[in-house]
Design a protein around this ligand. Structure first.
Ligand SMILES: Cc1cc2nc3c(=O)[nH]c(=O)nc-3n(C[C@H](O)[C@H](O)[C@H](O)COP(=O)(O)O)c2cc1C
Length: 193
């Protein structure tokens, strides 16, 4: 089954973004996806701020990205864009770290005024990291996400259907790319022998 890395780019200790990302991770795990999670706030600040990609913790994230078939990248909307914390990690990744990956962007925010931040701010950066498959993202109002409950119950009824459909789109996209992935790995195998 596909491997998925969920990433939370929020600096908050009680983070709605993290709850949302974890909730989507739980939906994927329930469909037998192998899910790992990284919260950028838990990575060493000195490595993020000094751009130290050789730090063991950053190297581990890069290896987990290599392991992943897909990433769910969540950010709070800050000043009409994604968080600076998320950018500190993205800036440390190899130039084409997301090549061949499916990426689902998610955002939480206080107002729908900035719902497009996913598309005008985050999407171009993800694309620049080499992926051809950034799915249509999803924005959830902060008041519709709880920090009390992780997984089921984190997302209020008003937002639950949209989030579930968004997770389903990722599942469908990964299932659709399974055939070409297997074919590509067979081609690699054929070249190797
Ligand atoms: C510094 C800062 C800037 C923010 N800027 C915006 C903004 O421009 N647009 C918006 O809709 N919400 C904005 N918000 C609200 C957050 O995006 C929202 O509360 C989000 O869910 C917080 O996620 P978190 O709990 O993961 O930190 C801002 C919050 C902070 C703390």
């Amino acid at each position: 089954m596909p491997n998925v890395l969920t990433v939370s780019g929020s600096p908050s200790s009680r983070s709605r973004t993290s709850s949302l990302v974890r909730h989507v991770g739980a939906l994927l795990a329930a469909e037998n996806h192998d899910v790992r999670h990284v919260a950028v706030r838990d990575l060493p600040a000195e490595a993020l701020l000094a751009g130290d990609a050789s730090h063991p913790a950053i190297r581990e994230v890069i290896e987990t990205i290599e392991w992943a078939d897909a990433l769910v990248v969540g950010t709070p909307v800050y000043k009409a864009a994604y968080s600076g914390l998320l950018k500190t990690l993205l800036d440390l990744l190899p130039q084409f770290a997301l090549a061949g990956k499916t990426v689902l962007p998610l955002a939480t925010g206080g107002s729908t005024a900035h719902v497009l931040a996913i598309d005008y701010a985050l999407r171009p950066v993800l694309t620049s990291l080499g992926t051809d498959n950034v799915l249509r993202g999803w924005f959830v109002l902060d008041r519709h996400v709880s920090t009390e409950a992780e997984g089921a119950g984190a997302v209020a009824a008003e937002a639950a259907d949209g989030v579930a459909e968004t997770a389903s789109r990722l599942i469908d996209s990964l299932a659709a790319s399974e055939g070409p992935r297997v074919a590509a790995s067979r081609r690699g195998l054929a070249r190797a022998v």
